[in-house]
Design a binder for this molecule. Structure first.
Ligand SMILES: NC(=O)CC[C@H](N)C(=O)O
Length: 366
């Protein structure tokens, strides 16, 4: 069935429906990963966004039982150039179009995803609509300009109740971590469990006193969707926790930590999403290739009057990728060291968190 992607700039891309048939509205973002579409679809950081994959063939190894990052598909819509017609893999349990259809997620295929990406790079992130109703497209485009997504998205993806992820198998339980869930990815929990952490996952609105009552060895701040400034309650909580317990933040958690400690965040023109972002550690000079998925970043200028130090930067655009406190045991990264999808060069950061929980000291020295 014919389908269109309408952008707020008035640009229209015509293609074909795949997945569910219907309408989907959201912020259009692009991901440059060649694989990892199942992880992207189920990563809560993408909740409410429409994701365009720039790699031209998507779906070629189907859907399996291993790669989900949460209990459901989180994206609002999905855009591909070509959805593989005959996927095949030994672990395959379903195929992409079927999975999208069953989950009610609208997709469009057959459009020039590279032209779309260039358009986004030129204009910045855009609001868009996928639709089968091919009339009044101009009006649909102008309506998009006035549309604002006002949902409290972190509240929707965070857990309602606390739960425990035990430390894995043969690992002796070494550290007790409380993870504030802003939309935590499965691979983060899996990685922490493998490292021997027992993780208590708590809702995003849990009070600092209740978190400290668990007597954790450390607190983890998770990734999550949307603008970090939309979760003021969590910023206050983190302010209260800072200095009292070791803290490690990833992505949204990193942004919230910066806001809590006096820094500021801003929206990037079109974000970083993919598995090949080069990050340099300023202390060692070492470069790692990282998995990323974010539309906001911490402003370097805003850190001048804080005790936060920049530890890592992105070599493409020099934006901040890592922060640490010069006195307290806390640090954070903007990228996803747990990978899933993407390279696992940065798994060592979970060991750094373990060292901080063991020895204390400043996040900067860890
Ligand atoms: N992966 C994440 O945690 C994303 C953080 C935030 N929502 C951003 O887009 O910048």
């Amino acid at each position: 069935m014919q389908c269109a992607l309408v952008l707020e700039t008035g640009k229209v891309f015509c293609g074909e429906s795949f997945g569910a048939v219907g309408e989907a509205k959201g912020e259009i973002v692009f991901n440059t990963g060649m694989t990892g579409y199942q992880e992207v679809l189920t990563d809560p950081s993408y909740a409410d966004q429409i994701v365009c994959m720039t790699y031209p063939l998507i779906g070629n190894y189907g859907i399996n039982a291993e790669d989900d990052q949460s209990g459901k598909i989180q994206v609002r819509g999905f855009i591909v150039k070509e959805a593989a017609a005959s996927p095949n893999h030994w672990q395959m349990q379903s195929i992409l179009s079927k999975k999208l259809a069953q989950s009610g997620i609208v997709g469009i295929m057959g459009i020039d995803t590279r032209a779309l990406t260039r358009h986004i790079r030129e204009h910045g992130v855009l609001k868009g609509l996928i639709t089968n109703h091919l009339h009044d497209l101009e009006k649909k485009a102008s309506d998009l300009k006035d549309w604002h997504n006002t949902r409290g998205i972190v509240a929707e993806v965070s857990t309602d109740k606390s739960y425990i992820v035990p430390s894995a198998g043969s690992c002796p339980r070494k550290f007790r971590v409380v993870a504030m869930d802003f939309g935590i990815k499965g691979n983060i929990l899996e990685t922490m469990s493998q490292k021997g952490f027992e993780v208590t996952v708590v809702p995003y609105h849990t009070k600092s006193a209740d978190i400290l009552a668990f007597q954790p060895d450390g607190v983890f701040l998770s990734n999550g969707p949307g603008d970090p400034k939309d979760v003021p309650q969590a910023i206050e909580t983190i302010k209260e926790l800072a200095g009292k317990t070791p803290v490690f933040g990833i992505c949204l958690g990193h942004q919230l930590l910066a806001l809590a400690l006096g820094g500021d965040t801003y929206k990037l023109k079109f974000g970083h999403r993919g598995g090949n972002q080069p990050v340099q550690d300023l202390r060692t000079g070492r470069v790692t290739i990282t998995s990323q998925n974010h539309g906001y970043a911490v402003s370097e200028k805003s850190l001048a009057n804080t005790l936060l130090q920049v530890t890592q930067i992105n070599l493409n655009d020099k934006t901040i990728e890592g922060l640490a406190h010069s006195e307290w045991p806390l640090f954070s990264v903007q990228y996803h060291p747990e990978a899933g999808p993407g390279p696992s060069d940065s798994l060592y950061l979970f060991d750094r968190f373990a060292r901080l929980m063991e020895k204390g000291g400043s996040g900067y020295g860890a």
